[in-house]
Ligand binder design. Structure first.
Ligand code: NAG
Ligand code: NAG
Ligand code: NAG
Ligand code: NAG
Ligand code: NAG
Ligand code: NAG
Ligand code: NAG
Ligand code: NAG
Length: 473
């Protein structure tokens, strides 16, 4: 009789091959049993041939991962077993199902890549089977209706129909979708989607598991209230399930002429996209946030997100700043952010050309959120002086009260006409204050700023600039 024990079951990789005698799969199989191993280009397929499990290499990466992907579209990987433990050689690595309570006595050459901890039923005939839902299930071979463990319980960045995303009410444990670091590295990135920790039935988009930058809105019987397009999304039927111990969301896809997938992408946006089998094209039903400008730290530091209403948001360095990596910036990779073109004088004893740092005005922007409010400061000039005197201050804003920013400025967004933003004054070296804002303002900026020396005088120039640029709207 089977005994219920708390045990560990593993899928793991053995290095190198020489050390074991198990038989290799001869051809592509559907089920991997205890006595078989998977290596090199071998795969297991789901019965309907939709998914396959095997070793893969993303993009130009040199690393190998064990993952599940669409058989027809191998570039779309939907699950990765060893996100953080890549392998360097697929021919000398193998995958097998292991049943072993003795983790501590693993041979040093054995490298575990995926493990589950569930109260299990011990059996010497465990098998791994890949289902057409992409779920990889470990079953008790003597009774296949007993599922020991399944990959659906461990989502990576992709949410497929029937997959669950939720929280365990008893342990508080949450399943999250976590982005890849980048397109070539499936290691967990900074973006994730998970149920709100407070117990409200709403999903949060999180940056670094700490900053919420998007919310689905609460569950309204058939959809989440703030996801545009979800209510009208006919083929995808979302549901929220409450059981005694768990709350989870799952969805069905009611169209057998196409396939669907939800992905938390490496840039921080989640999209639900459908592949039309007849034309082999993907189209997306909804995304969150709708504009990439809403993504936390999307442009990184000292850059502003433009086109906030377009799905193709892009970033520009603030005036007087240049990209941290011009090469990345040219390929729309904003991670490195921007840096001062000319280092600030602040803190130095000598001033170049006896000119001091000053402030530049940016009109109608959504201000960064991490400001410090100085309640005792009563005027714009005092606010500027405070920022000028404090070398860790990088910008200030004054709108009946004084706000100052220390360190990196992130989450800046250009507001469009009609949206009321604020005016922000980043600190720049004197030389960069002279550079014209744009072709349009060239003549003006020059005569306003030339000849200005010292920071107090720059208050004057800033005021004039402010009047010219901000009032013309
Ligand atoms: C991978 O391992 C195989 C078998 O051990 C070996 O022949 C091959 O040279 C290795 N490849 C690399 C790139 O190390
Ligand atoms: C599994 O264990 C049972 C009883 O312990 C034994 O009869 C059977 O042969 C074993 N099967 C395998 C595949 O080792
Ligand atoms: C297999 O397991 C299920 C669920 O635990 C049980 O209902 C069923 O009777 C078992 N079948 C056999 C043949 O043991
Ligand atoms: C994310 O948060 C951790 C602490 O929870 C912190 O150590 C780490 O620096 C943060 N990452 C980034 C990119 O800020
Ligand atoms: C819920 O958890 C309790 C305690 O862990 C357990 O006894 C019970 O069987 C679970 N219920 C379900 C439906 O899984
Ligand atoms: C799709 O579903 C329809 C209606 O349920 C059915 O008639 C048809 O055979 C299905 N097609 C495929 C390819 O499964
Ligand atoms: C980036 O693009 C600009 C203009 O498009 C070009 O002048 C520059 O050489 C590029 N820099 C790099 C490093 O690719
Ligand atoms: C400068 O700002 C930092 C951070 O806000 C603050 O801790 C520090 O006391 C300030 N220094 C002065 C001289 O005001």
């Amino acid at each position: 009789m089977d005994t219920k024990i708390k045990s560990w079951f593993f899928l793991y990789v053995l290095l190198p091959l020489l050390f074991f005698s198990k038989s290799h799969l001869s051809t592509t199989a559907e089920i991997l049993s205890l006595s078989q191993v998977l290596s090199g280009d071998q795969t297991i397929s789901s019965k309907g041939g939709i998914f396959e499990l095997g070793f893969f290499t993303p993009g130009n990466s040199k690393n190998y991962y064990i993952g599940i992907r669409y058989k027809q579209f191998p570039e779309y990987v939907v699950w990765v077993a060893n996100r953080e433990t890549p392998l360097s050689n697929k021919t000398s690595s193998v995958l097998r199902v292991n049943q072993d309570g003795n983790l501590v006595r693993l041979n040093q050459l054995n490298r575990m890549v995926w493990s589950t901890t569930t109260p299990l039923i011990a059996s010497n005939s465990t098998t791994a089977e890949l289902l057409d839902t992409r779920n990889l299930v470990l079953r008790d071979g003597s009774n296949s209706s007993i599922v020991i463990s399944q990959s659906f319980d461990y989502p990576t960045d992709t949410w497929l129909p029937k997959g669950q995303l939720g929280r365990n009410k008893i342990t508080g444990e949450r399943q999250r979708l976590t982005s890849w670091k980048n397109l070539e590295d499936p290691a967990p990135g900074v973006f994730s989607l998970e149920l709100d920790p407070s117990g409200i039935n709403q999903f949060d988009l999180m940056w670094n598991r700490s900053k919420i930058y998007g919310q689905s809105g609460v569950w309204k019987r058939q959809y989440f209230s703030l996801i545009p397009g979800m209510a009208a999304d006919q083929p995808n039927k979302m549901s929220l399930v409450e059981t005694q111990n768990k709350t989870y969301a799952t969805y069905k896809f009611l169209d057998n002429t196409s396939m669907t997938r939800g992905v938390m992408d490496p840039l921080g946006q989640i999209q639900l996209c459908t592949l039309l089998l007849s034309s082999q094209t993907w189209s997306c039903f909804w995304s969150m946030p709708t504009s990439r400008c809403e993504i936390y730290s999307y442009c990184s530091s000292f850059a502003i997100c433009t086109q906030p209403q377009s799905t193709l948001a892009s970033c520009s360095c603030l005036h007087g700043f240049e990209p941290g990596s011009q090469k990345d910036w040219n390929s729309s990779i904003w991670l490195a952010g921007c840096k001062w073109r000319t280092p600030l004088q602040c803190g130095g004893n000598t001033f170049v050309d006896a000119e001091k740092d000053g402030f530049f005005v940016m009109c109608n922007v959504q201000l960064p959120g991490n400001q410090r409010s100085l309640t005792t400061v009563r005027s714009a000039k005092e606010c500027e002086l405070y920022c000028f005197d404090n070398c860790s201050c990088t910008a200030y804003a004054y709108d009946s009260s004084c706000s100052v920013w220390n360190g990196d400025l992130i989450n800046l967004k250009q507001m469009l006409d009609g949206n009321v933003g604020g005016d922000l004054y980043p600190c720049l070296a004197a030389i960069d204050l002279r550079v014209p804002l744009s072709e349009k303002t060239k003549g003006w900026v020059h005569w306003v700023i030339v000849g200005v020396g010292g920071c107090c005088a720059s208050v004057f120039s800033v005021v004039i600039l402010f009047i010219w640029i901000c009032r013309r709207r």
